[in-house]
Design a protein around this ligand. Structure first.
Ligand SMILES: *[C@@H]1O[C@H](CO)[C@@H](O)[C@H](O)[C@H]1NC(C)=O
Ligand SMILES: *[C@@H]1O[C@H](CO)[C@@H](O)[C@H](O)[C@H]1NC(C)=O
Ligand SMILES: *[C@@H]1O[C@H](CO)[C@@H](O)[C@H](O)[C@H]1NC(C)=O
Ligand SMILES: *[C@@H]1O[C@H](CO)[C@@H](O)[C@H](O)[C@H]1NC(C)=O
Ligand SMILES: *[C@@H]1O[C@H](CO)[C@@H](O)[C@H](O)[C@H]1NC(C)=O
Ligand SMILES: *[C@@H]1O[C@H](CO)[C@@H](O)[C@H](O)[C@H]1NC(C)=O
Ligand SMILES: *[C@@H]1O[C@H](CO)[C@@H](O)[C@H](O)[C@H]1NC(C)=O
Ligand SMILES: *[C@@H]1O[C@H](CO)[C@@H](O)[C@H](O)[C@H]1NC(C)=O
Length: 214
């Protein structure tokens, strides 16, 4: 009986503590819900930032090789001869070209000076000198390049005779540029855009026909 009486006063204390723990549990749950909501917001913000960065990286930072092509050609001082009227089949003229360097990047493309070629068949008949330059971000740089074209560089002109008498000569031009692409100082890349153009010289018309570039 004494033991029971002694134990009784303790019982409510135990009950009190037990009930306190029962009250405490939902409180912790509410805090857990709050913090898990917070975590969701943080994760959503991170995902959103990731998506924005991904779009930025794929659209803005993506390096694209600039495109190089001949925009137009004019023929000046064309002279030619053939077995029929002079001695050997020959031709020479000044080719005035407009080279277009199309830069679709969100940063400029600085290219070094280089030399390209103008060929007739397999023989080089002219040297295309490209000066050092810059194509600004999302712009097309246009260069005037003059090339002296002469059949003097063709080792064997015997086969040229029939082409000259037909009045048409097939020409092609090749240039490989080398330059640095700089997008917002974040993305820096070297790019080597190539140009390959085909055209036909009309000897009687002193014009270039059917200009196409790869
Ligand atoms: C090529 O040019 C040179 C010098 O400009 C000229 O003397 C020559 O006659 C030209 N050749 C032809 C085939 O017209
Ligand atoms: C050779 O042909 C060219 C082009 O038709 C002409 O301009 C030139 O006068 C001719 N030369 C001779 C010697 O006939
Ligand atoms: C580029 O220009 C420099 C200086 O003018 C010259 O020394 C060099 O030979 C040129 N390079 C080409 C490939 O034309
Ligand atoms: C290129 O040539 C065109 C026409 O001949 C001229 O209007 C233009 O100013 C020239 N551009 C340069 C950079 O010399
Ligand atoms: C040029 O080519 C023709 C035909 O292929 C040949 O008959 C001639 O001997 C060649 N001439 C020279 C100088 O190589
Ligand atoms: C000239 O043409 C002939 C026949 O089409 C060919 O066998 C020969 O290799 C050609 N010569 C040159 C120098 O292109
Ligand atoms: C010359 O004519 C032949 C035969 O038509 C053609 O295959 C060749 O491409 C021509 N060459 C040039 C330089 O026009
Ligand atoms: C070459 O040009 C002349 C003058 O523009 C034209 O009459 C002729 O048809 C042209 N030749 C070809 C094969 O297109």
């Amino acid at each position: 009986m004494k033991e029971d009486l002694q134990a009784r006063p303790l019982a409510p204390v135990q009950d009190y503590t037990r009930s306190d723990m029962e009250f405490g549990k939902p409180k912790q749950k509410r805090e857990d819900q709050k913090s898990s909501k917070c975590l969701v917001y943080v994760l959503a913000a991170l995902v959103l930032h990731g998506a924005v960065f991904l779009i930025f990286a794929t659209v803005v930072l993506r390096p694209r090789t600039p495109e190089v092509e001949i925009g137009s050609v004019t023929v000046k001082n064309l002279k030619y001869g053939n077995i029929g009227n002079s001695s050997a089949p020959s031709f020479n003229f000044t080719m005035v070209t407009q080279i277009k360097i199309e830069n679709s990047n969100f940063g400029d493309f600085r290219f070094e000076n280089t030399t390209g070629s103008v060929s007739c068949g397999s023989a080089a008949v002219g040297v295309m000198k490209i000066p050092t330059g810059r194509a600004q971000a999302r712009e097309t740089e246009r260069l005037n390049v003059t090339v002296s074209v002469s059949s003097l560089k063709i080792p064997n002109t015997t086969n040229l005779s029939s082409n000259i008498s037909s009045g048409l000569l097939a020409l092609n031009s090749h240039v490989k540029l080398s330059g640095k692409l700089n997008i917002l100082n974040i993305m820096k890349r070297r790019r080597h855009p190539e140009m390959n153009c085909f055209m036909t010289l009309n000897l009687t018309g002193h014009t270039i026909q059917g200009l196409t570039c790869d």
